[in-house]
Design a binder for this molecule. Structure first.
Ligand code: UDP
Length: 324
């Protein structure tokens, strides 16, 4: 298939491009390189362009004739979204509408959307299944939830079929060492601890040790980037075989605390990390763990790299490469 990967130069998108190419698909990456890296796109066609530019979208659809679209391009920082909701809604909502306009114009009816656990807000229960109420707590989560609702309406009105994948905590790196996480600034827990272990950073701060969890630190569901991408591949197959529009939660199904992640990094790297104890970060629920049974059942998705040590060791291999 010809698959357009929007945001294919970013962390998740670049791993997706690699996997699609490996599965024999023709890939077109569209990325404005605002946070992505051109050298992370390992093959296929590359177009530098922006979703805010409908002319650019027309050219991409005309020239490359994609049959399906995966959309990874969005702003992802919760705190920033609270301070700058205008740019979050413009990029994550308005620009996505532009992309959907182009799809409708060129009669492309298969869409895989990067959504987030943030569409749920403070959980009533964990693990969180798809029946859990949606009460996003910040503009980032709301922007994703808005598009999920837009997609339900577009399905009814335009027969545009979509799969929304709610990521919990994407983590790890390409097991072959070609790709990994390169955010600037880095805000995610695992790369921050790895940087503290490798010496690129002096320390790591734990945001709160007074949560109602066994060791007092927050519990999250870290899902290996390759497993996340294989769920997209499964979603593509699903849509190709006539699957109806749906939403799936994607996680490992097991939670790990911030302290457990620090321990895993020290164990894998053999380095001691300087750990500072900081205050809670606003809006952080104590536990976020996915119930991914529906994805396993309906998409026939099977995660491979579920052990925390494996996730951390692939990310550590990538971190070491950044030093050389
Ligand atoms: N966290 C932390 N120190 C940091 C960054 C994150 O203690 O420097 C905690 C954060 O409070 C959360 C977990 O690590 O409980 C994962 O945070 P991250 O920002 O990686 O992902 P999020 O859960 O916000 O999507």
């Amino acid at each position: 298939m010809r698959v357009l990967v929007v945001g294919g130069a970013g962390y998740i998108g670049s791993h997706m491009v690699k996997m699609l190419l490996g599965a024999g698909h023709a890939v077109i990456t569209l990325d404005n390189l605002s946070s992505g890296h051109r050298d992370a796109v390992l093959g296929g066609s590359f177009v530098e362009g922006d979703l805010a530019d409908p002319e650019c979208l027309n050219r991409v659809f005309e020239q490359h004739k994609p049959e399906a679209v995966m959309h990874f391009a969005s702003y992802i920082q919760v705190g920033e979204s609270v301070r700058k909701p205008d740019i979050y809604y413009r990029n994550n909502v308005t620009n996505t509408l532009n992309l959907l306009d182009a799809m409708l114009k060129f009669d492309v009816k298969k869409f895989i959307f990067s959504s987030t656990a943030a569409v749920f807000g403070e959980p009533d229960y964990v693990p969180i299944d798809e029946a859990h109420p949606n009460r996003p707590l910040n503009p980032y989560g709301r922007s994703k939830w808005m598009i999920e609702q837009v997609l339900a309406d577009y399905d009814k009105a335009f027969d545009l079929r979509s799969v929304c994948l709610r990521y919990f905590n994407a983590a790890g790196a390409d097991p072959e060492g070609q790709l990994g996480e390169r955010h600037d600034p880095e805000t995610h827990l695992i790369p921050l601890i790895l940087q503290a272990a490798s010496g690129r950073r002096e320390n790591i701060q734990v945001f709160g040790r007074d949560y109602d969890t066994p060791d007092g630190t927050c519990i999250r569901d870290y899902i290996h980037i390759v497993d996340l991408c294989s769920a997209h591949l499964a979603a593509l197959e699903y849509l190709n075989h006539g699957g109806v529009s749906d939403r799936f939660n994607l996680g490992n199904g097991s939670g790990f605390s911030v302290q457990e992640v620090i321990d895993a990094v020290q164990n894998v790297s053999g380095k001691q990390v300087t750990v500072l104890n900081g205050p809670r970060r606003e809006g952080d629920p104590a536990r976020l763990v996915a119930d991914a049974k529906r994805a396993r059942g309906i998409l026939a998705w099977q995660p491979t790299y579920t052990a925390l040590d494996t996730i951390v060791s692939h990310a550590w291999q990538w971190e070491l490469k950044q030093l050389s």
